[in-house]
Design a protein around this ligand. Structure first.
Ligand SMILES: Cc1cc2nc3c(=O)[nH]c(=O)nc-3n(C[C@H](O)[C@H](O)[C@H](O)COP(=O)(O)OP(=O)(O)OC[C@H]3O[C@@H](n4cnc5c(N)ncnc54)[C@H](O)[C@@H]3O)c2cc1C
Length: 387
């Protein structure tokens, strides 16, 4: 059998290009005019969310039989990249929906759960993914939210912290322990609907960046969740958490890649328009070299992100590549956004221009879905065989 030649990593199919261009146009025409307002009001416009559903971007990988777009993980990555080039807050909304929530349901939900939730997630319901707590972040499996068995279900008590999409969500994947003495083997994933008695939203965080994306505490006080709402098996939630986060990490890589590309686009445009010493600042070689170095960084991040996504779609090992792409793309985003502020000079430091926000937004890439140190720990383990 002859093996087909591997394609260049940046090559995308005509369907993927059409999809990417549609998302790019939507972001430029519909999201861009609202970015500053949404950042300042710390609120995602409901009209934008509605259009994301209408475009199929909130159910990219949901199979057609559940009313989804039946797309690929790579398409989800392209969507997150393109949206984040304009607004990383919109990027993370779509990222959590697709790479964490839908991904977990497609893989682990029962047929009844799929029929109940996937069509909703494809049409009007936002998902949130609740693992972190005040005392368990990097050490996620030290979580303390308790699920005590009662009658035909479990009673949840505890608090989750830092939950993206919490304010807008209708469905929450909540990790709790059914047996604290069992360590990670007690962790169980529950599907909790918004209006479940005993479940309320707590404090909404006032953040440095991605301010339009809601990040809230979730509070569970004697919240009864029936057994059919368990996702996967009792005690197997750790597996769901590890495996979805491994994939989600590629999404954060894409968010940071898009952010870096967006910052570069603004910086390049500004450098061509802004005149000093009688000519556009882009005519100075120092400026050209700086923009060229940024472009190299972005290209390298894109290769890592696309390769990790293609490996995932090809059902090949991608763990190391996912950690590397998230680590590297978040570094690139911070560096490129910072340089973009400098290219703008004083104008880069004020809110009238877009790069100040992208600089603030970039910081989160090194923190959520595993901090940079946790990515390095994974990469060290996989390359050195350390524990
Ligand atoms: C805006 C935002 C949105 C978020 N969204 C979600 C969400 O939707 N769902 C969710 O479940 N969580 C979410 N999180 C939580 C996020 O995943 C955690 O903040 C992150 O995992 C880090 O945990 P921590 O904040 O407790 O920091 P810590 O774990 O306390 O880390 C503090 C520092 O110690 C370092 N550190 C810790 N352990 C080690 C170690 N073993 N070796 C070396 N260094 C170490 C870290 O790298 C970091 O620099 C979100 C957070 C933010 C800020």
């Amino acid at each position: 059998m002859t093996e087909s030649k591997p394609a260049p990593l940046t090559q995308i199919t005509s369907d993927e290009r059409l999809f990417r261009d549609t998302v790019r146009r939507f972001a430029a025409e519909q999201i861009a005019p609202l970015v500053r307002q949404m950042d300042e009001s710390q609120h995602l416009e409901s009209g934008i969310i509605r259009q994301l559903f209408e475009l199929g971007l909130m159910g990219i990988e949901i199979p057609e039989e559940y009313d989804g777009a039946a797309g690929t993980f790579f398409e989800a990555i392209l969507a997150v990249e393109e949206l984040s080039a304009v607004d990383p807050s919109v990027g993370v909304l779509v990222d959590v929906q697709n790479t964490l929530c839908i991904n977990a349901l497609v893989r682990w939900a029962t047929e009844e759960q799929k029929k109940k939730y996937l069509p909703k997630l494809a049409s009007d319901t936002i998902g949130a993914y609740a693992l972190s707590e005040a005392s368990s972040g990097s050490d996620a499996f030290a979580l303390q939210t308790r699920a005590a068995q009662k009658d035909n279900g479990y009673v949840l008590n505890g608090q989750k912290l830092w939950i993206t999409n919490a304010k807008e969500a209708g469905l929450y994947i909540v990790f709790a322990t059914i047996d604290p003495s069992a360590g990670y083997r007690g962790i169980t994933a529950f599907l909790v609907e918004k209006d479940t008695p005993g479940f309320t939203l707590g404090k909404k965080e006032d953040k440095l960046g991605i301010r339009a994306s809601s990040t809230c505490e979730l509070v569970f006080r004697d919240c009864f969740v029936p057994i059919p709402q368990i996702l996967g098996e009792p005690g197997k939630g750790y597996k769901i958490a590890i495996e979805t986060l491994n994939e989600g990490r590629i999404g954060i890589g894409a968010q940071m890649l898009g952010l870096a590309q967006g910052a570069w686009n603004h910086a390049a445009r500004w450098a061509k328009e802004r005149k000093q010493f009688g000519k556009p600042i882009v005519d100075f070689q120092a400026m050209q070299f700086q923009l060229a170095e940024m472009a190299i960084d972005i290209e390298a991040a894109r290769l890592l992100v696309y390769n990790a996504a293609r490996l995932k779609d090809g059902k090949l090992d991608f763990l190391k590549e996912a950690a590397m792409c998230k680590y590297f793309a978040s570094q690139v985003a911070e560096r490129v956004a910072s340089l973009a502020v400098e290219v703008y000079g004083g104008s880069g430091f004020v809110k009238d221009y877009p790069v100040e926000k992208l600089y603030r937004d970039a910081k989160i890439g090194k923190i959520y879905e595993g901090t940079s140190f946790m990515q390095l720990a994974t990469i060290a383990k996989l390359t050195l065989g350390t524990k």
